[in-house]
Design a binder for this molecule. Structure first.
Ligand SMILES: CCCCCCCCCCCCCC(=O)SCCNC(=O)CCNC(=O)[C@H](O)C(C)(C)COP(=O)(O)OP(=O)(O)OC[C@H]1O[C@@H](n2cnc3c(N)ncnc32)[C@H](O)[C@@H]1OP(=O)(O)O
Ligand SMILES: Cc1cc2nc3c(=O)[nH]c(=O)nc-3n(C[C@H](O)[C@H](O)[C@H](O)COP(=O)(O)OP(=O)(O)OC[C@H]3O[C@@H](n4cnc5c(N)ncnc54)[C@H](O)[C@@H]3O)c2cc1C
Length: 663
């Protein structure tokens, strides 16, 4: 029996000003791609082999086992079904895994990419097939219990022994124990180990090494290897993040991944074109996190927006029926800026991936000149998108009131699984400071008259003309981009001036950097926000965009920019670029835009095209039948298996009886 759609949601869909399918096609790159996405999703979502009890009702151990089984099935089926392109794999795996990962995810996301990016052709011949076939399962073992951020300070050693032509791997201190690598706790039998290379007592810095940690026969740790799971975390329950320590473990010379740097049999070290090429896998994942954050935010906004149309609460006018909570303007103000942000990061994520693809192909041809821009852009956008997604997902949970706190909403799991994106793969502030480093360099080059290119081109010959007195149309996307560009250029310039003044005041470079670091992170944030606003606006100039969707997407872009502008108004007012009256105008426009977006809100989240199976949220159901399914879900809770729980007999009954006896 097909369930009837909730009448409120039905009405919302009937009243939308555009056909969501058109936006879906725009977001996923065309009709054909959407068709393929739906085929693959339906294949996964209707496959009985992937069905299991709700993970929220399981212990961590059961979750690990369930998701490992599912991951293995998924990998096997993808091979059988010949799902090979990266895009197709993403569609299929998103539907199988929903908002979770599986214990071999780091194998796919980091171990394999490290082999593709860091191994020589000979090494690829040896390991790639094994890894692609999952004959060996690996992870990326970089972080240690004492250091994650400071990669140069990692303590694990790889000491070359020219007599045997081997590396001797050691964990010399407690703080050198590897800690966190996903899938290392119980699943992987190999790791890419990031370790300090020593040759004849001299240190050559961090390099990647292929290391087998478990037997391929019985999966027991190999001699000299101590390995295990690091225990429960904030989320990510299905993942066995691990610890590892090594005691005089020997590996052949050929196990150092030598695409860029080499150790010859006699111990001669051949330098790489850039030492930072060894960080390539991190850059790739950071670039991917921009889109990942946009999608997670889109899921949360879909759930909260649909639910806000189904949920009715209070009396807006005495004696009138309770309104849908989305009719409260405060509720719109909670959700619509994040709806706009989800679109902004979705589109910026696509741009970031295309910058990554172009740059990495140049790098693999030997042109490493693109590396600093790629690193700075991906670091800043990763930090901005993941932090915005975190704040937005939490706001969406709060917008769902009490039910948002239940796992039935799908929001706690979405949040706790997505939130590591702010820390893992480079902590937020640390990455912002990397972007700032590039901005300072670029700014100084521009002061020397150099012409800049790429994301920092706007810093060339920048003229910070305050524009007070000018009348502005605060809805004009060109004017909004100009405002964000001006703010970024000004803050970058001021951070550079602050740095200079700290140094002129007698501080050395490092102390001056630390003293200026709040301003520096602000500069990186302003630069990254400008990039996102500009990218969003540029994507709307696509002449293929149908006018009905171009109008609504323009509203979203305006809202994204105006909300950023109003929440950071001090930055725009400080040098008089904008006036108090501009900000007042911006605030009024936000209210007007929200009113215009209100009838299209459901269609705008429908356009993300997340099927129920992927949203995995009772509050976000497409049909809006929330209450009936909440009750059914609660009844399935393990605590409801019997009317009287066994703990009643063990604890409650004796307690009640003892109290009664005392009366
Ligand atoms: C796809 C979807 C994914 C989903 C994910 C879900 C999340 C779940 C997570 C799951 C998995 C999670 C898995 C995991 O978490 S894996 C572990 C991830 N770990 C990290 O990300 C560690 C973060 N730390 C670093 O990257 C470095 O140590 C930093 C960068 C902080 C400093 O480094 P260092 O101390 O060595 O450098 P420096 O500061 O002296 O600067 C020296 C120069 O080097 C340049 N430089 C620095 N770095 C790069 C670079 N990469 N490319 C190009 N250049 C680079 C820099 O600009 C400077 O240039 P210049 O100014 O001198 O010209
Ligand atoms: C879920 C999850 C999965 C992970 N998976 C992996 C994996 O597969 N493989 C792997 O190798 N690692 C993995 N990690 C580790 C992760 O990469 C690190 O935790 C991350 O890079 C942050 O490093 P840290 O823990 O050392 O933080 P810290 O650097 O100790 O950060 C603590 C605080 O210090 C501040 N700080 C540190 N350095 C600076 C600085 N230079 N300037 C200003 N402030 C600073 C930070 O801003 C932060 O507020 C994972 C982590 C998580 C949470």
């Amino acid at each position: 029996m097909v369930a009837k759609m909730n009448p409120d949601l039905k009405k919302e869909r009937e009243n939308a000003s555009f056909d969501p399918e058109k936006i879906t096609n725009f977001l996923y790159g065309g009709q054909e791609s959407v068709k393929r996405k739906r085929e693959l999703e339906s294949l996964a979502l209707n496959d009985p082999d992937y069905q299991h009890e709700d993970l929220n009702f399981m212990s961590r151990e059961q979750q690990y086992e369930t998701q490992l089984k599912k991951g293995i099935l998924m990998v096997t089926k993808m091979k059988e079904l010949k799902i090979t392109s990266a895009q197709d794999q993403l569609f299929y795996t998103s539907a199988v895994l929903v908002s979770d990962v599986h214990p071999m995810s780091v194998h796919t996301r980091m171990f394999l990419p490290t082999l593709y990016g860091q191994a020589t052709e000979q090494q690829k011949d040896k390991w790639l097939k094994l890894a692609e076939n999952y004959t060996i399962i690996g992870t990326y073992a970089q972080t240690e219990i004492g250091h994650g951020t400071f990669v140069r300070g990692l303590e694990t050693t790889a000491t070359y022994d020219p007599k045997t032509q081997e590396f001797i791997l050691n964990t010399p201190t407690l703080s050198a124990s590897k800690w966190w690598p996903g899938g290392m706790g119980k699943t992987s039998n190999y790791v890419v180990l990031m370790a300090q290379l020593y040759i004849y007592g001299k240190s050559y810095g961090i390099h990647p090494f292929m290391l087998q940690i478990r037997s391929l026969e019985d999966h027991k740790p190999l001699p000299g290897v101590t390995v295990g799971d690091i225990g429960p975390k904030f989320g990510y329950d299905v993942m066995d993040n691990g610890f590892l320590s090594l005691n005089n473990v020997r590996i052949p010379r050929e196990n150092m991944l030598m695409k860029y740097s080499r150790v010859e049999p006699d111990g001669t070290y051949v330098r790489p074109p850039s030492t930072k090429l060894a960080y390539g896998t991190m850059v790739q994942v950071r670039a991917g996190i921009v889109m990942f954050s946009g999608m997670n935010l889109a899921k949360a906004v879909t759930i909260a927006t649909r639910y806000s149309c189904v949920r009715r609460q209070s009396e807006m006018k005495p004696g009138h029926p309770e309104p849908q909570v989305l009719d409260y303007v405060t509720q719109q103000y909670k959700l619509f800026p994040y709806l706009a942000a989800a679109y902004a990061f979705w589109l910026t994520g696509q741009t970031m991936m295309s910058v990554y693809t172009t740059s990495s192909s140049q790098i693999s041809k030997g042109d490493i000149s693109v590396l600093p821009e790629l690193h700075a852009l991906s670091a800043g956008l990763k930090a901005l998108s993941s932090s915005m997604a975190n704040v937005g997902m939490e706001e969406c949970r709060l917008a769902c009131g009490g039910h948002g706190y239940s796992h039935a909403s799908g929001l706690p799991r979405l949040y706790t699984n997505a939130t590591p994106a702010s820390t893992a793969e480079g902590e937020h502030v640390v990455l912002m400071l990397q972007t700032a480093r590039y901005l300072m360099k670029s700014y100084n080059q521009s002061l020397q008259g150099e012409k800049l290119a790429g994301s920092v081109a706007y810093l060339s010959g920048v003229q910070l003309v305050p524009a007070a007195g000018r009348t502005r149309n605060m809805l004009d996307l060109g004017a909004l981009c100009d405002a964000f560009r001006h703010r970024a250029a000004r803050i970058v310039g001021e951070a550079a001036a602050q740095l200079r003044s700290e140094m002129q005041g007698g501080k050395d470079q490092a102390d001056a950097w630390n003293a200026s670091s709040v301003d520096l992170t602000k500069a990186a944030m302003a630069h990254s926000q400008y990039f996102v606003v500009k990218t969003f606006a540029e994507r709307l100039t696509d002449s293929r965009l149908d006018s009905s969707i171009s109008a609504v997407l323009t509203r979203l872009c305006q809202l994204h920019a105006l909300h950023g502008l109003v929440t950071n108004s001090g930055d725009f007012l400080e040098d008089g670029y904008l006036t108090g009256s501009d900000i007042r105008q911006a605030r009024r426009h936000i209210n007007a835009l929200m009113a215009k977006l209100r009838p299209d809100a459901v269609a705008l989240v429908d356009a993300f095209d997340f099927p129920d199976g992927i949203l995995n949220s009772i509050l976000g159901r497409y049909d809006g039948n929330v209450y009936q399914h909440l009750l059914e879900w609660a009844k399935a809770s393990p605590l409801n298996k019997t009317d009287v729980h066994q703990s009643y007999h063990k604890y409650l009954k004796p307690f009640l009886e003892a109290n009664r006896a005392k009366l």
